[in-house]
Structure formats: C-alpha cells, structure tokens
Design a protein around this ligand. Structure first.
Ligand code: SAH
Length: 234
C-alpha cells in the first residue's frame, strides 16, 4: 500500500483547472479530441459494454463517462478532489452512472485486487513520481485475463519539441509547466515496467493529434504520444 506516490504540485495544477474539464475549447480540448480514438482501441481489444472498468487518474471523467455511455460499469479514481466534484456534477447533465472515488490506486489495489475486467490509466503516468508503482497497482486490480491500458508521452527530442515546446509555449494549447519532460516514458521503459508487473503487451499504438484540424489517428509511430494495450494472463 502506498499513499505517497503523488506529486502535490501536479494535483494542484489539475485542481486549478478543474472547472474547465467539460469545456471542449479549454486546456482539456486535446483530451476531448483524442477520446473517440482511445475508446475505439479499448473497445477493439477488451470490449466495453458489460465490463467492470476502473479508470485511474480519471480527472473530470472525460474517458470514464464515455465508457459508461458505451455500457461499461465504471469506477473512476483520482486524487484531485475538485476534479472529482466536477466529474460527479457532470453526471447530472449526462445522465450517465460512474462511481467516482478519491483514493490512491495503490490503496485500492490493497482493498479489492483482481476486481476489474478492464483498467485504464491514460495521460497520467507522466504526472507521478513513481510510474512503476502505479503500473503494478493497475495490474493487481485487473482480473486474471483482464486488460490494462496505458497512454503516455515518449521521451525524445521530438516529443519535447511537440508536447512541451509546441503545445505549451508556441501554441499555448496547454498551460506552461503542464508536462515535466523527465517523467516521459519511452515505450521500452513502459514495456519493462508492464512486464515486471506481470502484464503482456499486446499492442503499442502511436497516437497523433493535429491541433489545427483536431484530427486524431493511430498507427505504429509511437514517437510522441502512444497507447499500450496489455493483458493479464488468465
Ligand atoms: N485520464 C484522464 C485525465 C488525464 S490528466 C484523461 O486522459 O482524460 C491527469 C490526471 O491524473 C489528473 O486528473 C490528475 O489529477 C491525475 N493524477 C495525477 N497524479 C495522480 C496520482 N498520483 N493518483 C491519481 N491521479 C493522479
């Protein structure tokens, strides 16, 4: 159990923006825009309807709600209370049902291991001090035969240029300081951590986002943003 794997400055950053989670033209625009593509990847591998799903680092619930809308039985967890409040409020507007909780994933893994058919942890690993601790907890929470999905940012000059300089400093898509480059993970590093957690990587997909056209595509080029679909052996 570990409640200390959290960066208070990160939580404060997201709390300060919490009222904007559901504004599709806000700093969260990229997350709204990439949502359909990542949903499709989850659907293609694991299926969503009728699955018991945990969304780790759910924020205002952009992904959690969309999975609930597709028939998933979704629990969303985060450590930013303000974001969880916004997520809960939005359920009144959407009419969806999601169980939102303020709890560390490591703590939940101690409480209810092997409980979820699907665990998602998107755009979150690059905000925590110890990614492997989060990955281990996600793996513990999945049922044998269950799926675990991660997405994060690769660490190389191109990702620094696009995700930090481009997005934060040139285009102003994201507030300056949103991303700490040193916490970005190379696919090989993520693969090492997921393997150590007992997961098998089934697919790594590069995710490309054009902020001008708002178009999103998935392919094999994982040089900037990428998703990993992993399976826990049955
Ligand atoms: N997964 C969502 C939100 C990504 S933003 C999506 O992709 O749409 C990153 C989120 O991770 C924020 O909501 C932030 O509060 C959360 N977060 C950061 N550190 C965390 C930690 N240690 N435990 C849980 N959530 C954390």
């Amino acid at each position: 159990m570990n409640d200390t794997n959290v960066d208070a400055a990160e939580i404060a950053k997201f709390s300060a923006l919490a009222h904007k989670w559901w504004d599709p033209d806000s700093e969260f625009k990229p997350l709204h825009d990439i949502n359909p593509a990542r949903l499709d990847l989850i659907e293609r591998h694991a299926g969503i309807a009728g699955q018991r799903i945990l969304d780790v680092g759910c924020g205002g619930g952009i992904l959690s709600e969309a999975m609930a809308a597709r028939g998933g039985e979704v629990t969303g967890i985060d450590l930013a209370e303000k974001s969880l409040k916004i997520a809960k409020l939005h359920l009144f507007e959407s009419g969806q049902k999601v169980d939102y909780r303020n709890i560390a994933v490591e703590t939940l893994a101690g409480e209810v291991p092997q409980s979820f058919d699907v665990v998602t942890c998107m755009e979150m690993l690059e905000h925590v001090p110890d990614a492997s601790s989060i990955i281990n907890a996600c793996a513990q929470l999945a049922k044998p035969g269950g799926w675990v999905f991660f997405s994060t940012l690769n660490r190389n000059p191109k990702s620094y240029l696009l995700a930090v300089l481009g997005a934060e400093y040139v285009l102003g898509l994201l507030p300056r300081g949103t991303h700490d480059y040193t916490r970005f993970l190379k696919p090989s590093e993520l693969a090492r951590m997921t393997r150590a957690a007992g997961l098998e990587t089934i697919e790594v997909a590069g995710m490309h986002y054009n902020p001008f056209s708002r178009a999103v595509s998935l392919d094999r080029d994982a040089s900037v943003n990428y998703l990993a679909a992993c399976r826990k052996p049955a």
